[in-house]
Every structure is written in C-alpha cells, then in structure tokens.
Design a protein around this ligand. Sequence first.
Ligand SMILES: Nc1ncnc2c1ncn2[C@@H]1O[C@H](COP(=O)(O)OP(=O)(O)OP(=O)(O)O)[C@@H](O)[C@H]1O
Length: 271
Amino acid sequence: MSAPAIELKGIACTFVSKDQPGQRYTAVSDVDLTVGAGEFVSVVGPTGCGKSTLLNVAAGLLSPSKGSVKIFGEPLAGINSRAGYMFQAESLMPWRTALDNVMAGLQFRGVPEREARTQAEDWLRRVGLGGFGDRYPHQMSGGMRKRASLAQTLVMDPDIILMDEPFSALDIQTRQLMENEVLDLWQSKKKAVLFITHDLDEAIAMSDRVVILSAGPASHPIGEFTIDIERPRDVAEVKTTPRFLELHAAIWGVLREEVLKGYQQQLQKAA
Ligand SMILES: Nc1ncnc2c1ncn2[C@@H]1O[C@H](COP(=O)(O)OP(=O)(O)OP(=O)(O)O)[C@@H](O)[C@H]1O
C-alpha cells in the first residue's frame, strides 16, 4: 500500500498564551491525522480549536512542539514543497494582473516565460477566467479573485492541496459554484486535499472523510465519518438526499457539544 499523502502522528502545538502573558497554551495535543493520496478530507471543529494550526503543520509553516509529520512517507523538514495552499485571505498580488499572478509561481520555479504563460492561460480558462487574464485583482469580483487564486494554486500541479476556509467570504451562490468547480477539478486530478471549514454542510458535501476536533485547549480528533455518498456530486443537490441528512445528524451529534464549549470559551475571553 502506498504511503499516505499526509501523516500527522502525536502532534502537539504549544504557544505563548495570547490571553495570559507568561503562560503557555496548548492548542492541539495527541493529534493523529492522515490523508491518503487522492483523498479529500475535511476537518471541522469549534472556533479556535486548532484547525488552522494543523493545516500550518501540514504545510510546514509551523513546526509542532511534539509529534511527527510525514509527507508521502518522508519526514517533513521545512516547507512542504509537495503542497499548494489556498487560504481565506486574498493571495493575489494587487500590482499584478490575473495572468501574471497565476504565472508567478511557475516563474519562481524557473519555468521559461513562454511555457509559464501557456500553462497559466490554460488554468485561467479551466477556472472560467479565459478572457480575464489582463484584469487586476481590484477589477475582479470576489468570486473571480477566488477562481484566480485557485488557478494560482493548481497551476503548480501540487500533489497535496491545503485549503483553509477558502470560500467563506463568498456569497452562497458563488460559493456553491466554486465548490462544484473544485470537486470537478479534484475528480479529474485526484490530488490529496486537506480542507478546513466551519461549515458542516460544506464538509460533508465535498469530502470522502470528515474529522471532528474537540474544543481546545489540547484539541484532538474525537470522531471521524466516512462520507459514502456517490460521486460525482453537486453540492446543492447532495444536501437534499436522505444519506446526507443522516450523516449530518450523526456528525452534529458529536460536534454540537464541542461547538457549545468553544462558544462559551469565546464568551469568557470576551468578558
Ligand atoms: N502563533 C500563535 N501564538 C499564540 N496562540 C496561537 C497562535 N496560533 C494559534 N494560536 C491559538 O491556538 C488556538 C487555535 O488556533 P487556530 O487558528 O488553529 O484555530 P481554528 O480552529 O483554525 O480557529 P477558527 O475556527 O476561529 O479559524 C487559538 O486559541 C489561537 O488563539
């Protein structure tokens, strides 16, 4: 059997506490998490539980205080060069056109200009921005900017895609379109995806597996569900199927308590 794309074992991350100076805060502890090659895994959990922390560990942007990270069976040292990232925040450089933004990573990698341009144009077409390569980010809608970011990530042909609430800033219709587009692209390329979201509907509709994290501190996985809904899926249609509703009820049964705990903690911090 081939090694998983991502394998986190016994991960703990401890930070200097933001709320209590001089104290340390253990955000996550005892986290085992794997994503198989070609698998789409979502992580859900209450706000502030450590979802982004785990993504940053898989990206190699954050070195864990404890535990090991393997990428396709190899220990990760430094930045995860097999992964592409898509975060909630805008990733486009405002002074570059959409085409130049999509080309940038390839140029950085040393791909010759003409080849980089051809590949970038191809990806802009695939994400529905064929005629918009000369637009600057401020001349595009939020949905178009997300599409350009997606092209910017996928043009690098990463084996792993790390996504941290990539569509949370979009209106619901644009969001559903983008989710379906991501699923289509994923279906054709079958990369490993680690997807972080607050939205349980989105997690179930998109994923092969949903992992639930407990409320912090020392957040860790407390449940995991295989999403045995057939593909291809339409994210809007799938939400009306009996199996989706069943899975939703089962996962929410585990998640609800943690969300309430997370919410109480936020209130206490704010008080
Ligand atoms: N660099 C840091 N220094 C101190 N504390 C940190 C740091 N990074 C994260 N934390 C803390 O660790 C906890 C987990 O943060 P993280 O951003 O991973 O949670 P999250 O589940 O992604 O949150 P959200 O759902 O709100 O996006 C939070 O309490 C956060 O304040």
